[in-house]
Write a protein that binds this ligand. Structure first.
Ligand code: CMP
Length: 143
């Protein structure tokens, strides 16, 4: 079954939106298979955002993501990578449609609350970067 990596960033944690964001993913029907709260190291953040390392916002992005606790999660479901990105919304919350997490809860591209893997291959590498294999729970809902 397809899996994706989703992180609630320090702004989401500090604004008390952890429950709200998880509720939206749960009620959509995705299955939570791993979850932890951690304060990411600079090394972890730089690896996670390595694809952006030449961008002008890279160091600010790494500063921000390492500024406080992050909720790291793995969600599972058919087509979960693309479908969860629809639930999350556009990168810039200001233009993300109402009904999406970013569209309903944010206005600032640098404080967009949540990260979701952009492709199945990216999801696999991000899950491996943030989680050990034994931290993933294999289960499927029976109801
Ligand atoms: P995310 O989905 O985590 O992937 C890369 C992040 O870079 C993105 O969310 C934004 O938070 C951030 N980002 C993208 N563009 C900008 C920008 N122009 N200024 C600041 N941060 C940005």
């Amino acid at each position: 079954m397809e899996r994706t990596f989703i992180a609630i960033k320090p702004d989401g944690v500090q604004r008390g939106l952890v429950g709200e964001i998880i509720r939206r993913l749960e009620t959509k029907g995705f299955t939570l298979v791993a979850l932890k709260l951690l304060h990411p190291s600079r090394e972890l953040a730089e690896q996670h955002y390595a694809v952006h390392k030449e961008r002008p916002f890279f160091s600010g992005l790494v500063d921000f993501i390492t500024s406080g606790p992050v909720v790291a999660m793995v969600w599972q479901g058919e087509g979960v990578v693309a479908a969860s990105r629809l639930t999350i919304g556009a990168t810039n919350p200001l233009v993300s449609p109402p009904g999406t997490i970013r569209g309903d809860l944010g206005i600032n591209i640098g404080r967009n609350l949540i990260h979701g893997s952009d492709a199945v291959e990216t999801a696999q590498s991000e899950i491996a970067l943030w989680f050990k294999e034994e931290e993933l729970v294999s289960w499927s809902p029976t109801v």
